[in-house]
Design a protein around this ligand. Sequence first.
Ligand SMILES: C[S@@+](CC[C@H](N)C(=O)[O-])C[C@H]1O[C@@H](n2cnc3c(N)ncnc32)[C@H](O)[C@@H]1O
Length: 390
Amino acid sequence: MVAGSPRTIRSWLFRRDGGTPMTEAIDAVNVWVESSDLAEIVVALQTDFLKALWRRLPAPIRTIVTWVFEPTALFRGLRTLFKLLPQRHQAGIYTWIQPTGFHHCLSYLANYRWTHRPEHFAPSILSLRDEYWQGDEQRKSELSDRFVHLVEAFVLRNGVKKTTSFSRHTGILSRILPALKLPGEPITVLDIPSSIGIASLANYDALSTRWPIGTYVLGDLCFEIVYDGDRECVFDGEGDLLQVRGWRGFFSVYRPAFSSGRWAFLSTLFLLPLHLRSWYTKRKYKFVANDAGTPILVVHPEVEKRVRDGIFHLRKTDVFSTVEGKYDLILSFNLLATRYFPQERIEIGIANLSNALREGGALVVGLDDSYRVFQKMSGQLVLVENVGEL
Ligand SMILES: C[S@@+](CC[C@H](N)C(=O)[O-])C[C@H]1O[C@@H](n2cnc3c(N)ncnc32)[C@H](O)[C@@H]1O
């Protein structure tokens, strides 16, 4: 179809003779394609040649490619195909897919558009916070929901999302606390990771009905981001690019990692277009150390208030490095789990938390409905309760 010298190919690619049915068709597809992720990728690549090539591709091919690269459309297509299968085949496929974690990948794609809406771009925290203190109870509750959605789109370099919610651990705490013995009073508590701190609000309240609380520390790898308003991009405290504003929302440089080897391979392969785009975006938006940008504290306004009142203390902490301080109780929910990290890494995290426990102190490591309770005895962690899989 495209035969001849490079010059002929070039003239074919770059010719701009409007009015033929072919160019009209291409223009029509262009308008449609402009709402796809692939169009964003192509624009991001900023290569005239690629753009021209893309414009010149026959409409049906562009349609197929667009469908393949548009995450939400792709997921819908796969789901439709899946639902056409007889029930027993659906169950068979699900049993096969479930251990690979591939369904997490599909659900990420299915929710991609919604998650990356402009109002979930991290710097929206600034306006949310202002509005929050001016709003009545109803408005505060709506804005709190927005915070919860916003952190759902917030993925750190290590592939961990800041996902959290109010009262997330109260069920587990109400089961554990009655039997729990702690060495000292008032107690010192480390709640790590705390994300934007909203789960810690209820944790604090639940603990304070049992013990006087001396110190309550919220630990997390990332409490502060830096917003470069000129380039509309967000970096973490180490200068790693996290998000870039786009014309229909924003792009997250990192995606949730569904850790174990098998999962990582499949999701990497499946999400390859997004990985390529991340690679390009990181090269384009480098952190400029001298151009400070706007630092933004990534915590909920109610948590910020408790910090101001001296009830909560924020401490940037990496659970895989030395954990500062000595605590009677350490709560660690939704981080040290095989969903995020391999077992060896989880054990390093648990050992670091153990070193930060006082003799007789307790460590609770959990997910939403499974948990382990350890007690430190003669310098060693002893498992005292184990419910479900982590
Ligand atoms: C899924 S959220 C869980 C938050 C909270 N514990 C909950 O259950 O709602 C995971 C949090 O872990 C934090 N995180 C990721 N890697 C970490 C690390 N190495 N050390 C400490 N915190 C980390 C992230 O910033 C994020 O806030």
